[in-house]
Design a protein around this ligand. Sequence first.
Ligand code: GAL
Length: 349
Amino acid sequence: MKRLTIFLIVIFYLIVYSFGEKKQIKTRSHTSQLIVSGKEWHDTSGKRINAHGGGILFYKGVYYWYGEYKADSTYLNSKVTQWECYRTEARGISCYSSYNLVDWKFEGVVLESESKNEKSELSCSNVLERPKVIYNEKTKKIVMWLHVDSHDYTKASAGVAICDSPVGQFKYLGSIRPNGQMSRDMTIFKDDNGKAYQICSSENNSALYINELSDDYLKPSGRFTRNFINQFREAPAVFKHKGKYYIISSACSGWDPNQAKYAISDSMLGTWTMKGNPCTGKDADKTFLGQSTYVLQINGYKDGYIAMFDKWNKKDLINSRYIWLPVIFKGDSIEIPWIKQWNIKMVLR
Ligand code: GAL
């Protein structure tokens, strides 16, 4: 009898737990709160969210949004003459947490830049951009990759940092040029089978590299592909839906918006087919005046995807805004329609 009671209690908790994660987003997002693209987005303490070029980690029932923590003032780096190199000091990588993807609590700067040591790769005069964070089941480490560059973008490298907790402090391990090649705008994609990839603009932005990572996610495995050669694609955002892989990317025009394109493939290291602009509606030819950074699949929802873009304000970079829009699937094709304001419920399917 006692055994049966214990068995029933265990079954009860298993059922409650397995429905729990899905319910978490459902119940909490039944608030009337809307995602309003391009408008100031405040954290739960009322301060403007400062997490640019970011990405999201879902870990133990919580979403963590990591991004570039920009400093207040923007200046033009006059040493760079080929393009308008507007800069802010890099203040490190910020982290915000949320259960419902609308209310974000500031967890702090989880990888800090260094204001005293000019020679450090994390010096605030350097470039620390586009952080992406994944969890490694084998090592139980939270792993961050980010674009680490010199003030004039000539270092073109990728940095790695690790932590036991999603909210920091991350330990910086250093930067590399993956497979000996340049790495500027970048993202990380973790596949269902645990394999992870670093995807970056390389060869002076003329080709997009897909670098498979080692099992601990800390370095390239040595297997990589060169894609979209001479197409100058950057700002990659990678996701998977119904067994197909997708990359949304932008053209190269600095902080100024241009037309997005997406490509599709049957495998990460396979052949990618460029499909065209996924955006529709107002300013669709200029990515709604934004630039891609990440596509999030909402945990537990097979068609629930959110495309995240940055609406850069090049002369006041900290005041750049966020554009989050649902991804609509039509067979293998995708569409990202401009919707001025919407509720997360819309993509919970
Ligand atoms: C963009 C890139 C941004 C930032 C900017 C600097 O093309 O996507 O992440 O590096 O250039 O001008």
